[in-house]
Design a protein around this ligand. Sequence first.
Ligand code: MGD
Ligand code: MGD
Ligand code: MO
Length: 783
Amino acid sequence: MLTEDYYVANKLMKGFIGSANIDTNSRLCMASSVAGHRRAFGADTVPACYEDLELADLVVLVGSNMAWCHPVLYQRLAAAKAARPSMKVVVIDPRKTATSDIADLHLAVRADGDIALFNGLLNYLSETGAVDENYVSRHTSGFPEALMAASPGSVSDLSEATGVSGMLIRQFYRLFGETEKVVTCYSQGVNQSAVGTDKVNAIINCHLATGRIGRPGMGPLSLTGQPNAMGGREVGGLANMLAAHMAIENPVHRDRVQRFWNSPTIADRPGLKAVDMFEAVADGRIKAVWIMSTNPVVSMPDADSVKAALQACPFVVVSDIQQDTDTARLAHVLLPATGWGEKSGTVTNSERWISRQRPFLSAPGEARADWWQMAEVGKRMGFGPAFDYSGEAQIFAEHAALSAFENEGERDFDIGAHAVISHGAYKELQPFQWPLRGDGSKLARFFADGGFFTADRRARLVPVETPALEKTDGRFPFTLNTGRIRDHWHTMTRTGKSARLSAHIAEPFCEIHPADAAQAGIGDADLVHVEGENGRSIIVRALLTERQMRGSVFVPMHWTGETAPSARVDTLVPRRVDPVSGQPALKMARVSIARHEAQAHGFLVTAKRPLDLPFAYWAIARTEGGYRLEFAGDQPADGWEEWLRRSLRLDERQDFSGYLDRQARDHRLLAFDGEHLLAALFVSPEPVSVSRQWAVEQLKERHLDSRTRSMLIAGRPAAGRPDKGAIVCSCFSVGINEISAAAHRGCRSVEAVGLVLNAGTNCGSCRPEIRRILDATQTLAAE
Ligand SMILES: Nc1nc2c(c(=O)[nH]1)N[C@H]1C(S)=C(S)[C@@H](COP(=O)(O)OP(=O)(O)OC[C@H]3O[C@@H](n4cnc5c(=O)[nH]c(N)nc54)[C@H](O)[C@@H]3O)O[C@H]1N2
Ligand SMILES: Nc1nc2c(c(=O)[nH]1)N[C@H]1C(S)=C(S)[C@@H](COP(=O)(O)OP(=O)(O)OC[C@H]3O[C@@H](n4cnc5c(=O)[nH]c(N)nc54)[C@H](O)[C@@H]3O)O[C@H]1N2
Ligand SMILES: [Mo]
């Protein structure tokens, strides 16, 4: 959603329909940051900017897998550290992720142990004289109370509460205490928690107490999720906001916005937040819902209840750019929207820079801009003049004018300089940072000299209680952590269509510590059955790794009914929300794990998408020229050959070359169309060991002679036909075997690998993995 889309949605709902039952996807993503900012600063202000990452002497990354999720910014940080190695990076994450690649310290904090850690830090700063008394007394209130709440007595044992050794904690505290220029970045490991807002404030408290805010190289910096979550926040798209950073509870603000919109009504109280909203759909309080640019049947907690709610809802409208998504399938009316590359408008990034997004493709079919769809509905509801927009430029100008309307510096969000922007100027608009006021004044950073947006212009240090340790439950002994992988975006409606992006990780998985797996009798590449407290379960592939802490497992959020129906992880995540922000605790569910037994395991490479998949587990991914399918379950009643024929719509005349090892119960079936491979099926009672990348590439090869065909049956490359192994660099399709070979030939650095293979030289997001492969090769060589 571009800012113009969000603006029209919010105006239609709050000003004309008169309800605040509208929520942006930020509820799942940034709501705790918004709430934390508002509690501390009086407004949803991001005080710092990206340059601060380069100017800092210490960068603390909390609950952020920046290497995979903000790869461009991460590369900028990595470059800054490489240029100035004295700069320190600390990563705080229960898992050791790719982001730890550049970390001087990794604190494997236990789930939600962050508050104990930052409360402990506040204490330490106070005890060691690191508090900036001058800043605290001139610009803040609440310091004594915050310190009291953080007092050492509040936790019996800091190591226990955080899961981090005393030695590491002391190292981190000393570093933070001694370094003036500190930036603390945080993301979903902080926000998506039942104590998310408190986590945000525990972090901000440490910056306020040391006065390290708003100056070059210093400050808290919330890393935004969606490319334009910030735009959604600026127009007030959240159920509890109004518009242009004004508050729905404030009668002066309501009156002001209503006068500006010249609207018949104005929502006078916060609406239902996303989780409550779908509950209201479920129990019939809400009878019509318009879902735009989000796929809640996959991404909401307790996702099956969301699905059931939509199935029972009398009127469901979905605007999407894809015809088939788990949510679009439930729509009574499906509206085709223009997507990235086709639509025009503006977006705001994490450091408050607003940029134009310009279309370079024409809209396909009947697709229309999201704002246009809503404006047309507004007009037909009789609100003509208010929605009679000539284009995005006019919407943007109105949004800019509202930001400046009766704003005497009392509101942070002010882009009044563009209040009367022309179509031509909008077309040419260059990126700019907000605020950019009518008089042209700007501000790269906020709050170096106070000036907060509270009534007394002081920041609030919020007293934050350290939560009690979660009790472990005998039946559900594991913490389920969820999140993202490098090459997929959320519910994969776009990245899932790309063979290249699907090559890196083609299957849903569960990261488990090897010792936990051993106890549960789970081997690497087995399937795991993960069961949640709500009795629902998923089946995914086991990935044993010591980068995962004991007692916790990690499952990515991306797989859907389209791509792996047994792997929709949000079906297990309860509807537990942060009481302040309403953001769901998506990083913390209680689960049990067990080995999933299957009669047969299969791997299929096919030129056509297979239909009819009667298996307990399957996961499909695009490849160049076709698909790859992993599956496990019972043998179809009519046998593998008949199933394959049916599934791929092959006619009777189609011949199979086959191989059956009765003893091992291994089946291999190949189908060709002339010299091209149509399908290669490998079935075995154990997880199939076939080089996947090599097999997938056979779809592109010509298979003339029986020798290469027999190699295919054997499931391994013929001599002289290299197997690149699993893809590491998606930009240049470079596999792990090629990188290991380069390492054996003497490449010692990521740069050297880049020179010979190109790997890692484009987007850079595979550089941490390349380094790990080099380290592993060198360790092996040393042994
Ligand atoms: N490749 C890719 N990039 C993306 C996206 C994508 O889908 N794919 N989505 C975008 C969006 S919308 C978002 S919101 C961002 C998210 O970006 P991130 O927040 O960086 O990504 P996540 O993987 O959700 O979670 C980050 C980390 O939080 C850790 N974590 C879990 N629980 C805790 C805890 O209690 N404390 C701490 N300190 N850490 C914890 C997890 O182990 C995980 O490594 O990524 C954006 N970028
Ligand atoms: N377990 C777990 N669940 C999570 C998270 C997690 O870490 N763990 N993260 C949460 C977070 S931070 C986020 S941001 C959400 C993301 O969750 P969603 O927002 O539900 O996921 P997307 O796949 O980004 O859905 C976007 C939809 O919009 C469509 N679309 C794309 N462009 C356009 C457009 O221009 N117009 C229209 N109308 N449609 C368009 C896409 O095809 C897709 O169907 O997931 C949340 N859910
Ligand atoms: Mo997000």
